[in-house]
Design a binder for this molecule. Sequence first.
Ligand code: ADP
Length: 247
Amino acid sequence: MSQTRSLIDKQGKRTDGRTVEQLREVKMAVGVVKNADGSVFIEFGKNKIIVAVYGPREVHPKHMAQSDRCVLRCRYHMSPFSTDTRKNPAPSRREVEISKVMREALEPALMLEDYPRAAIDVYVEVLQADGGSRCAGISAASVALADAGINMRDLVAACAAGKVDDKIVLDINDTEDKEGGADMPVAYMPHLDEVTLLQLDGILTRDQFNQCFDTAVEGCKMVYEIQKQALMQKYFGNETEVKEEVQ
Ligand code: ADP
């Protein structure tokens, strides 16, 4: 990653008008897929992603079952129309890698030992990608797992930070990802204060690394608030209206 043009203007505004510490607008709707046990539609800036969770359910093929714990399977997939040029619908190496890191980012939050010999499947379908789709997918998947009623230790909130014009910025978009100096996606369990994913594409000094990491964790905490609100909206949203009607 080597930057060729300036991506932050004199007023400190980025290519999409945000300041360096501003998150894109995030919207989450819970329970959007009728046939899934848990589901979420997330809009993270221009990213649009549907996550559907199935399980715990019987494992097929049976030899994949584990006697002491549940098997978590994740599939991250970008639809052919999710990018500016048509994406081949067959799974790419990048999608295989992201599916793996998603599973590893989500697993520590789940009490998989509570469902021996079973499997939980998480399908992450990217309808529109705009940089940071793995973080948006992880954050949505964690809420979808909670919606499916899976026993959990914490939610997993994810957000990237990066380096643009030699400045550390929160939540980099597609242009900043492609033209900027560094991209660091982080997934974090806010209640347990534990990191479950840390990737870095680009070069940072030790100070920049620390600043970038702290910025990403702050972003995760912002995402966590939105995750909680989305769950509250589904499970308690109407309760306030019901109470008002009764009074
Ligand atoms: P993330 O979406 O988690 O940031 P990457 O850094 O690998 O993952 O990708 C950054 C962005 O590049 C994606 O969000 C997407 O907009 C774009 N992109 C990824 N793969 C393709 C592809 N095959 N064709 C076109 N654009 C792509």
